[in-house]
Design a protein around this ligand. Structure first.
Ligand code: PYC
Length: 320
């Protein structure tokens, strides 16, 4: 290997169609840091790692990455910081499922419950069963119901604001737009316009939290699901999976409306008609603690090569 070349070891997987690239080696050191401190440290001092891993030519706009870091608590199996081509995510459940099959692939999971530290709190997983992983997510709750927002070109759109590990605006499509893979461009334009309108009108989550995920619901394609969604992620890409934090936000809203009780299962299809199964327990502080179950496959183990002479060694950085 020539001088100045850096290498980064990654394991790729997909959860219900949505990619997760786990960085398993090649990170800087940051002893004793929590995942939130890791995120801030990486963002300020090593953001090139994120762009080299997630952006073209090694990554692409739909790529979600996960930096695996040392946990701070003795009973946690790993810490994780999630990111994509435009920045860092609070939480990510399809990504947690991807991390879980990756840890299992590496032989790093114990039998029974395994705790994973994330910037939003602890999530708990068990070893995969034939690729299926159930994640107990952080507390999720509805912050505001039926919030109106004026969306240029679309009129007044109503949605719920809810936390599921990220901030979501949840919209029932009704006759407004068709939630189908054949309608991706329009769904993307619509949800980008909604996100822009929320920002322009100062509509946020609790404590000014930016609503960076927009979720639109329509009828499922078949009776294997209760609903089908399209989820716009930070940037301009849509979630190929039903989005685990988005499913958690949906579960919180259903529970708040009295439409989902502990013990019931909600089957959320994504835009590819893959399914996450969700259920809730009531949280003592209000809201719910969701569990989300999804399926993942490991797809590659690779070494990324960062050559000092490569003009795109840190990725091609742009946002649309
Ligand atoms: O599954 O929580 C999720 C997620 C967030 C962004 C992409 N996927």
């Amino acid at each position: 290997m020539s001088e100045g070349v850096k290498t980064i070891q990654v394991i790729d997987s997909h959860t219900a169609g949505e990619p997760t690239r786990v960085v398993v080696d090649g990170m800087p050191t940051n002893p004793g840091a929590t995942p939130a401190e890791w995120r801030d440290f990486l963002q300020s001092d090593h953001d090139w790692l994120r762009t080299a891993v997630a952006c073209e030519p090694r990554g692409h706009e739909a790529m979600v990455g996960a930096f695996l870091v040392e946990p701070t608590q003795p009973d946690a199996v790993a810490g994780v910081v999630f990111f994509n081509n435009i920045g860092y995510l609070h939480g990510c459940i399809h990504g947690t499922i991807g991390v879980t099959v990756t840890l299992a692939h590496l032989g790093r999971l114990a039998a029974g419950d395994n705790k994973i530290e994330t910037p939003t709190g602890i999530v708990t997983v068990q070893p995969p069963v034939e690729g299926w992983v159930t994640v107990q997510n952080v507390r999720s709750y509805r912050h505001a119901a039926a919030v109106p927002v004026e969306v240029p070109g679309w009129g007044t759109v109503h949605g719920d604001v809810a936390w599921g590990g990220n901030w979501f605006f949840l919209i029932e499509a009704g006759d407004m737009i068709v939630v189908d893979f054949s309608n991706l461009d329009r769904l993307t334009d619509f949800t980008c316009a909604v996100r822009k309108a929320l920002e322009a009108n100062g509509i946020t989550g609790e404590d000014g939290g930016e609503i960076d995920h927009i979720e639109v619901f329509g009828p499922p394609a078949n009776d294997e699901a209760d609903s089908k969604n399209f989820v716009l992620c930070p940037g301009r890409e849509f979630d190929r999976s039903p989005c685990g934090t988005g499913t958690s936000a949906k579960l919180a809203c259903l529970h708040a409306d009295g439409k989902l009780h502990p013990g019931q299962t909600w089957r959320q299809a994504g835009i590819l008609d893959t399914i996450f199964e969700g259920a809730v327990q009531e949280a003592p502080e209000g809201g719910v603690v969701p569990t989300v179950k999804g399926h993942a496959f490991v797809t590659a183990e690779s070494e990324l090569i960062i050559h000092p002479a490569d003009p795109f060694r840190h990725g091609i950085v742009y946002s649309r």
